[in-house]
Design a protein around this ligand. Sequence first.
Ligand SMILES: Cc1cc2nc3c(=O)[nH]c(=O)nc-3n(C[C@H](O)[C@H](O)[C@H](O)COP(=O)(O)OP(=O)(O)OC[C@H]3O[C@@H](n4cnc5c(N)ncnc54)[C@H](O)[C@@H]3O)c2cc1C
Length: 459
Amino acid sequence: MKYDTIIIGAGLSGLAAGIRLAYYEKSVCIVERHNRIGGLNSFYRLRGREHDVGLHAVTNWAPLGVRSAPINRLMRQLRLRPEDFELAPQIESAIVFPECTLRFGNDFSLLEAEVAEHFPAEIDRFRNLVREIDQFDAFRLGPRPSSAREVLAERLKDPLLVEMLLCPIFFYGSPTPDDIDFLDFVILFRSIFREGFGRPRAGIRPILNRLTRQFRDHGGELKLNCGVQRIIHDGHRVNGVILDDGRLLEADNVLSSAGLVETLDLCQAPPEIRQQHPAGELSFIELICCLDIEPARLGIDRTIVFFNTSERIPYHCPEGPAELGCGVICCPNNFHYDQPLDDGRVRITVLANPEYWLDLPVDRYASEKETWRPRIVDAACRIVPDFRDHIVDTDLFTPRTIHRYTGHVNGAVYGAPRKIRDGRTYLEGLYLCGTDQGYLGIVGSMLSGITVANLYLLK
Ligand SMILES: Cc1cc2nc3c(=O)[nH]c(=O)nc-3n(C[C@H](O)[C@H](O)[C@H](O)COP(=O)(O)OP(=O)(O)OC[C@H]3O[C@@H](n4cnc5c(N)ncnc54)[C@H](O)[C@@H]3O)c2cc1C
């Protein structure tokens, strides 16, 4: 059988693209190397506890009735109802620097009031910047500024405010050391600050299950434990894929969510093309701490804290194994759920050096994880109230884990710095979706899958 489209990867972008194609009765097959769906946003069970891999929060939060909100438009494209994801809004988040804390939530006026209070000389300039962001046409082609850091330094005068606004945006989506493309800054500013955070009480699982059901109900085929070893083509056009077990699957189109560098490898692309696209090198360690108490009872009552302890955020690949001077502390308990979560959780994310973690011999890898576990907890306890006496279990994953389970080179969560915005590649019929097409995060990757499917595969 020859498919209309084979999709590589059952992450959020691949599933979203698959639903669009299946809905319009295209013959579509998603092939996923791992034994479960979700990719960077999957889930697992460890010592009797359920864990999400990547979910801190779903960005772009909007009340159910707001039809024009991006997340509700996305749901309509997937023929789902906004309530299908069961998102509860965040309580409140903060950007914490030694000199200042800025609180923000799902109502933008909180951030505006905080800037007015802590940076009174900047508030007019901040409002002008927000107006510029609101009016920015993210889909307009042609020249536009590339460095968000440069734009912010021009529009605002206080370097501390610049650094504080960049902090959550770097951690939730920048593939570029110490900066971010201005277009991505605009998209993330809207989705984090303008709209905000929500989370399903049961984590990512119900979202993934709902997407899979929708895909299969419309006739889509999903093959797990089914890796693609090679994309086959005649130098101009794709013809299908060869699987890890040597089987050939033929298709008119291949849509890859594996990442740009990874997809070029699967095609055995010529060196002159590969050289144009260096791999990303920003990756993270994530430490999940399970507590015997609700974190709020210890005074950890914010949803997400983005912290930085130096003058300038060291958002680049650390020289040592990890960078503890900045990061994210997320508390999945702190959303407005109907019922509280069963146990307390604190998740801590810090930058990590991929090469270091990927090159460690197996026995040293385990001992290095043990070394870094308490250091990361200590770093978090300098920012939020001390929770060390309440830890009953932990799990830690590194760039090596991300690489192992998703195949992303260097475990680079936000992919390659150079994005392929139109999703096209050097081969006809081969398209990219997901992180390296340029949309980031859970909502972004689903939007990417939908956009590329609509543009090229439903024609
Ligand atoms: C620690 C962490 C925390 C995060 N927190 C958040 C958050 O709070 N909010 C948010 O919005 N986003 C968050 N993200 C980011 C978000 O998870 C990703 O942006 C999004 O899931 C990317 O989806 P994707 O479909 O583009 O790619 P992926 O999820 O990487 O999917 C690609 C899939 O392709 C499969 N694959 C690769 N190669 C092959 C092959 N050769 N054959 C077959 N299959 C293959 C992989 O196994 C994978 O399943 C987080 C990520 C991490 C790692």
